[in-house]
Design a protein around this ligand. Structure first.
Ligand code: FES
Length: 118
C-alpha cells in the first residue's frame, strides 16, 4: 500500500483499481481505523467502528446500494452520510478525493499527515 500525503489534509491511500465492490480496504490514519468501499462509481470512507457495540468489523462487509451492514448484528449505515439505515447512531465518514488513479482521504485532526500510522 502506497500511503503518502497529497496535501496538508489529504493522504493518498490506494489506487482506484485497488478498491473493488467485493473487498473493502482498510487503512489507519492519524490513529483512526478507516474502511473504504466502492459503491457503484463512488468510493466512500467510514470509520471502522460500529456505534452499536463498538466492534470494528466493517472491513469484513461489502457495500450495497450505498449501505454497509455491520457483520456483528446487522445494523446498517449509509456510507456517504454515516446515518443509520437500520439500527441507530451513525458512523464517521471521511471525505474522499479521486485524482486520476489515486484515492485520497481527508484524515481527522489538524496535523493528520504528521502523525499518521504507516
Ligand atoms: S456491533 Fe455493529 S451491529 Fe452490533
Amino acid at each position: 500500500m502506497d500511503v503518502r500525503p497529497v496535501t496538508r489534509d489529504f493522504v493518498r491511500v490506494f489506487g482506484v483499481g485497488e478498491i473493488d465492490e467485493w473487498r473493502a480496504r482498510r487503512v489507519t490514519l492519524n490513529g483512526v481505523d478507516i474502511v473504504l468501499f466502492r459503491c457503484g462509481d463512488a468510493i466512500a470512507a467510514i470509520e471502522n467502528l460500529c456505534p452499536h457495540q463498538r466492534f470494528s468489523r466493517f472491513h469484513d462487509a461489502v457495500c450495497r446500494d450505498r449501505t454497509v451492514r455491520c457483520p456483528m448484528h446487522g445494523w446498517s449505515f449509509d456510507v456517504h452520510t454515516g446515518a443509520a439505515v437500520e439500527g441507530g447512531g451513525s458512523v464517521r465518514v471521511f471525505e474522499v478525493r479521486i485524482d486520476g488513479a489515486d484515492v485520497s482521504v481527508r484524515v481527522p485532526g489538524p496535523s493528520a499527515v504528521d502523525s499518521m500510522t504507516w
